[in-house]
Ligand binder design. Structure first.
Ligand SMILES: Cc1cc2nc3c(=O)[nH]c(=O)nc-3n(C[C@H](O)[C@H](O)[C@H](O)COP(=O)(O)OP(=O)(O)OC[C@H]3O[C@@H](n4cnc5c(N)ncnc54)[C@H](O)[C@@H]3O)c2cc1C
Length: 281
């Protein structure tokens, strides 16, 4: 429960407040998770990001930059944002929540039913984030989103500033499987690939599986890239020691493996069909 609320006046101020608050500090963006009944977040000191200049969306020659305070609905309403990103934002079916929920909050959470994380990993997006150095000065970094996914704890005190989509011709497609649009997803999965050489290469396959977390599947990325992947509608098989499929209210472990396997096969067929069309979805 939030017991203290401060509006940060600058990025530096937000980071200073977070440092002072320690594990009790949370950056309040849209607040949809912080204020959600049953949230696992335990911080009590809210640091509002509402006045920070991290909402803008910009289109450069080969890149679209989205400030992390941009809401999911703002992304959908911005013409130049790639369609695959809009599809991922629509995975949040409630327009009311899309009007509040931010890109930064979604990426920071990395929920096991994450709307955006699989898609931005498949897109090979980059993340601009800020931390405070030991002397209190701001250190800004521009990292691949896969690094943020792989080393989540390392970045737990960082403030996400913007996401950069800088692969304009990349094929990216995502699927979310849930009982209804409003239900929690059992599986969300995205496939990305560079098709510019008229072959599928530089593949990223990332999934969020309820109860298991968000992870890439390098084994299948490799088979897709080297041409040995067979798109069969069967339960997915791979060995990632840290990943265990579990039974829960969204479906059994067997169901999740099956539904993930069929979704990957579908995404691969889409990707193959996009070859020759320049790759864009
Ligand atoms: C009924 C309901 C269902 C939901 N279902 C889903 C779902 O299926 N999938 C899903 O992914 N989410 C779901 N959510 C959670 C939420 O709506 C989204 O993840 C949303 O995008 C979070 O963004 P926010 O701005 O509201 O985050 P907030 O609630 O403001 O913050 C969430 C976390 O992100 C951190 N944070 C926020 N902004 C930044 C930043 N710029 N830099 C660093 N850290 C930051 C905060 O410290 C906090 O820990 C659901 C929420 C509700 C209420």
């Amino acid at each position: 429960m939030i017991s203290s609320f401060t509006v940060a006046t600058s990025v530096e101020h937000a980071l200073q407040l977070k440092r002072e608050a320690g594990s009790q500090g949370v950056f309040l963006a849209g607040g949809t998770e912080i204020n959600r009944l049953g949230t696992q977040l335990t911080g009590t000191i809210a640091i509002s990001l509402a006045n920070l200049p991290i909402q803008s969306k910009e289109k450069g020659k080969n890149a679209v930059t989205i400030g992390t305070m941009g809401t999911l609905q703002m992304i959908i309403d911005t013409g130049f944002v790639p369609d695959y990103m809009k599809v991922a934002c629509r995975f949040c079916a409630s327009r009311t929540r899309r009007n509040m929920a931010t890109v930064g909050g979604n990426l920071a959470l990395q929920r096991d039913d994450s709307y955006l994380m699989p898609t931005v990993v498949a897109a090979k997006a980059r993340l601009i984030l800020a931390t405070l150095g030991p002397d209190g000065s701001i250190v800004e970094e521009n990292i691949p989103i896969r690094e943020y996914l792989a080393f989540k704890d390392h970045f737990s005190d960082s403030l996400l500033l913007a996401i950069v989509l800088n692969k304009p011709t990349r094929f990216v497609s995502s699927k979310r499987i849930a009982l209804t649009e409003q239900s929690m997803a059992s599986v969300t999965v995205a496939l990305g690939s560079d098709l510019s050489s008229k072959e599928i290469h530089d593949v990223r396959l990332c999934t969020a599986v309820k109860g298991s977390g968000v992870f890439r599947i390098p084994e299948i990325e490799e088979t897709i890239a080297n041409g040995t992947y067979e798109p069969v509608d069967e339960p997915v098989v791979f060995s990632l020691p840290a990943v265990e499929f579990v039974d829960d209210f969204t479906g059994s472990a067997t169901y999740k493996r099956y539904i993930l396997g069929t979704a990957i096969a579908d995404l691969f067929r889409e990707c193959r069909a996009a070859l020759g069309k320049g790759g864009q979805t």
